[in-house]
Design a protein around this ligand. Structure first.
Ligand SMILES: Nc1nc2c(c(=O)[nH]1)N[C@H]1C(S)=C(S)[C@@H](COP(=O)(O)OP(=O)(O)OC[C@H]3O[C@@H](n4cnc5c(=O)[nH]c(N)nc54)[C@H](O)[C@@H]3O)O[C@H]1N2
Ligand SMILES: Nc1nc2c(c(=O)[nH]1)N[C@H]1C(S)=C(S)[C@@H](COP(=O)(O)OP(=O)(O)OC[C@H]3O[C@@H](n4cnc5c(=O)[nH]c(N)nc54)[C@H](O)[C@@H]3O)O[C@H]1N2
Ligand SMILES: [Mo]
Length: 758
């Protein structure tokens, strides 16, 4: 493959006594591909003195997100952990008991605990707690693979971030999940003659300006709107984009499946669909049509809290656009109905015939990165069969080769089906961010014999539970790659080019490589150096780090990307035309779901956290609650200690409608208690008509680095933690192990505070 650096600048040069390095930022899955393009200015002492946007980056073109603008404050923050540390397990929760150690001592301690525990209990007694993970999420399984355990566990209940969407797409399209074609694969982007600007984008449960202000979905959507794209937005809140939309369907949280089924029904019953595509390329259309007909707009309107007229009109507008595309977000994963919603959403994408069309919705094909399996391919079948949660949720565990969170939590608490004894945090702050019922996670972790923290900061989760802390570098301090969103729809790939070093911090890649060599040297014989490790685990050996490093951003053009892959054989591994499913078509009737015991056609069930189900709690907790809509300042639980970020968003916020606030005598800016029968926490009320009357929307991921780190305060981990109101366990997870009610819960809000120990 030929690599040309035709973006204008070399990757590194000298300027006015400073070394300038071009690089990319990473942000986590959910908002890929590839964060801001950056230029680092480093002085002779090796200190970063200035950060600027890289005008050569094909998408961000010199613009920087607020988090990149504060990079220097992050990197040189006095709270950053700069050296490996250890602490006696009896001192867990004591912030003053840490002792600095060398990397060698840290590795040796981990090795000896590893051998002690694995010899007695087997490798699956180790869990690796995965969260957003950074490094494109692609890093997730590697720490687990290094230990030889198959228990990489995303603590998020129902794996409710991208996993539902990925599996729906795998089941129905036999491909990685689809995204709007935003022309980023072409050098001339939107002006490339092969491209068509979508007339309509259906934006569903996604807020890309906040959630991807550093990459394609944020910048691209605005560029497309400037070129005429109109929006249909499905969101319980009025967002900036909803305000600019042709139609805004402001539904109740968690009722999406009813709406999506009704929209399919309107398209089918009014003949507003691409008959040729449906005839040739879909499977089970008749049964699908029959099923969605059980949800006419009049019925959906009642469930969703909008009018049937709105549903008819918005659907017709979307269905008549040429081309149209669908952009769907976390709102679609964070409900127990996630899989059913996915079925209906893929129905909406397919009925238009614009799947994989220019300016349509691009399906991830066989030639993308696909599954990268280093490590998991070294784990024995016996260990894989014992993956935690595999018997209850085989669909999820088999597809991702992950353990399942509610089963892992239960195993820690009860020792059943086998004991968990050791764990490592790999990009996870479960006590304040991804874990539901976070106090259970806290207590369970304290029962383990050895916990390793890997982070840039001392977090509440690590402070409470870890015995060794390994300091991580930021992306400015490391070589590596920024991979696009999961799987095959890859449009461009970026390099992280190391420009500085800080303290003794190392990257996840450096740490896993070193640990792997010590623990399983035979597995690492083919990985002589860091570059090979980068190529292996970030790019499945398809690219060489050296090339991408110098190119900084590689746009894929035709090497991975092409339109209508299902017509040319590029959608399937075997090169046959069609989709990589049982039937070779888009499975509107989803045989894989049927195989795993789920309904093959979409249906709507009210959430187990809805007033429809919790009838007896409706008077006590009358508000519907959605949580975690992204904001510009923070990446999940990160950034609270960065002054400029904190200034833009100083306190945790819960948004409530003016009439609901008045009825409770709540004024804008007051502290309030948010409560349901599971738990409570406090936030500041923002009284605003952007939320529907009868609902509330709360921030997630809050802790207070400025507060006492010792138990029981733990940096205020229990003060404003909205996950204290969230349940986990099978009743609140979709049947396939996918989807959980982070975005559809109930609560009451009253004036007051809970203090540090809700
Ligand atoms: N209520 C509610 N809760 C939610 C959500 C919601 O919408 N509502 N969203 C959920 C979603 S989608 C997700 S993905 C989860 C995320 O949940 P988490 O993964 O727990 O959250 P983060 O704060 O992103 O990251 C955890 C830690 O990773 C550290 N970190 C940063 N960079 C690196 C790195 O390079 N390597 C490693 N090893 N660690 C690093 C950070 O400092 C942080 O302490 O939260 C979820 N929690
Ligand atoms: N700044 C910043 N960017 C991030 C992150 C971050 O923490 N901070 N996290 C990253 C990660 S890991 C992820 S997964 C992505 C997620 O980013 P997105 O996919 O954009 O998801 P959210 O911002 O959680 O929610 C999107 C919209 O869904 C709406 N919503 C809430 N409940 C419902 C519902 O029941 N139905 C529908 N239809 N809509 C609903 C919210 O009001 C919000 O406007 O963001 C990524 N980008
Ligand atoms: Mo996420």
């Amino acid at each position: 493959m030929e690599f040309k650096n035709d973006l204008g600048k070399p990757w590194r040069w000298e300027e006015d006594g400073l070394t300038v390095t071009r690089s990319c930022a990473w942000s986590a899955p959910g908002c890929h591909p590839v964060g801001c393009g950056l230029k680092y200015y480093v002085d002779k002492e090796g200190k970063l003195v200035k950060v600027e946007g890289d005008e050569n980056h094909p998408v961000t073109k010199g613009r920087l997100c607020i988090r990149c603008l504060t990079l220097k404050d992050v990197i040189y923050h006095p709270d950053r952990v700069l050296y490996p540390m250890k602490r006696d397990p009896k001192d867990r929760g004591n912030a003053d008991a840490w002792e600095r150690i060398s990397w060698d001592e840290a590795y040796e301690l981990i090795e000896s605990e590893y051998h002690r525990i694995v010899d007695e209990y087997g490798p699956n007694a180790i869990c690796c707690w995965c969260g957003t993970g950074r490094q494109g999420g692609i890093m997730h399984p590697y720490p687990a693979a290094v230990f030889g355990t198959n228990n990489a566990v995303d603590c998020l209940s129902g794996a409710a971030c991208y996993s539902p969407r990925n599996i729906e797409c795998f089941a129905m399209l036999g491909g990685w999940y689809p995204e709007v074609d935003m022309a980023a694969q072409f050098k001339d982007t939107y002006d490339d003659p092969r491209y068509k600007v979508p007339e309509c984008i259906l934006l569903w449960g996604k807020a890309p300006l906040a959630s991807n202000g550093d990459g394609l979905w944020g910048h691209g959507l605005i560029e497309l709107m400037k070129r005429g794209t109109k929006l249909v937005v499905v969101d319980p809140r009025v967002t900036w984009l909803a305000n600019k939309a042709e139609y805004h369907l402001q539904i109740w949280p968690g009722t999406d499946t009813a709406l999506a089924m009704a929209m399919n029904h309107v398209m089918i019953s009014e003949g507003l669909y691409d008959k040729e595509f449906v005839d040739q390329w879909t499977w089970g259309f008749e049964q699908f049509a029959e099923r969605v007909a059980t949800m006419p707009p009049e019925r959906a309107a009642e469930i969703c809290g909008i009018t049937a007229e709105e549903i008819y009109e918005a659907t017709r507008f979307y269905a008549k656009a040429n081309p149209s595309a669908v952009m769907w977000g976390l709102g679609c994963d964070q409900q127990e109905n996630a899989c059913q919603l996915g079925q209906a959403m893929i129905g909406l994408m397919s009925l238009t015939g614009f799947l994989d069309a220019p300016g349509g919705t691009t399906v991830g094909g066989a030639e993308g990165y696909g599954n990268i399996n280093f490590g998991t391919d070294k784990i024995s079948e016996e260990v894989k069969m014992m993956t935690i949660g595999l018997d209850q949720y085989p669909c999820y565990c088999e597809f991702f080769q992950y353990g399942e969170s509610s089963n892992a939590l239960k195993a820690m608490e009860t020792g059943e089906p086998y004991p968990i004894k050791m764990s490592m945090f790999t990009g996870n702050n479960m006590m304040v961010c991804n874990g539901a019922e976070p106090k259970r996670w806290h207590d369970a972790l304290l029962g383990l014999e050895f916990n390793i923290g890997l982070d840039l900061w001392m977090t509440p989760s690590i402070q409470a539970s870890c015995d060794v802390m390994l300091p991580l570098s930021t992306f400015v301090e490391q070589d590596g790659g920024v991979t696009p969103y999961y799987g095959g729809t890859n449009v461009y790939t970026g390099a992280l080019n190391k420009a500085i070093s800080v303290g003794e911090c190392k990257s996840d890649l450096e740490i896993t490589l070193e640990l792997g060599r010590r623990i399983h040297p035979e597995w690492f014989e083919e990985i002589p150096d860091l570059n090979t490790w980068i190529n292996e685990i970030e790019w499945a050996q398809k690219y060489d780090f050296k090339n991408i490093s110098e190119e900084v951003v590689h746009q894929h053009g035709d090497d991975i990307f092409s339109y209508y892959k299902y017509k040319t054989g590029r959608q399937r591994e075997d090169g046959q035309i069609g989709f990589e499913t049982q039937s070779g078509r888009v499975e509107l009737y989803t045989t894989l779901f049927e195989y795993y015991g789920e309904d093959p056609l979409p249906h709507y069930d009210p959430s187990n956290r809805s007033h429809e189900v919790l009838v007896d709690l409706k008077d006590k907790y009358p508000l519907k609650l959605t949580t975690g809509a992204r904001n510009y300042a923070y990446f999940h639980s990160e950034g609270r200690q960065i002054p400029y970020l904190r200034e833009t968003h100083p306190d945790p916020i819960v948004r409530i409608h003016p009439e609901d606030a008045a009825a409770r005598d709540i004024h804008d800016g007051e502290w309030v208690v948010i409560e349901n029968e599971i738990g409570k926490c406090q936030m500041r009320a923002e009284v605003t008509p952007i939320v529907k009357k009868g609902m509330a929307q709360a921030d997630h991921g809050w802790w207070f680095p400025e507060m006492d780190g010792n138990e029981p305060t733990l940096y205020g981990a229990w003060k404003s933690n909205i996950n204290l109101l969230l349940p986990t366990g099978p009743k609140y997870i979709g049947k396939l192990g996918l989807g959980a009610p982070y975005k559809c819960n109930i609560c009451e809000i009253t004036k007051g505070e809970v203090g540090i120990n809700a």
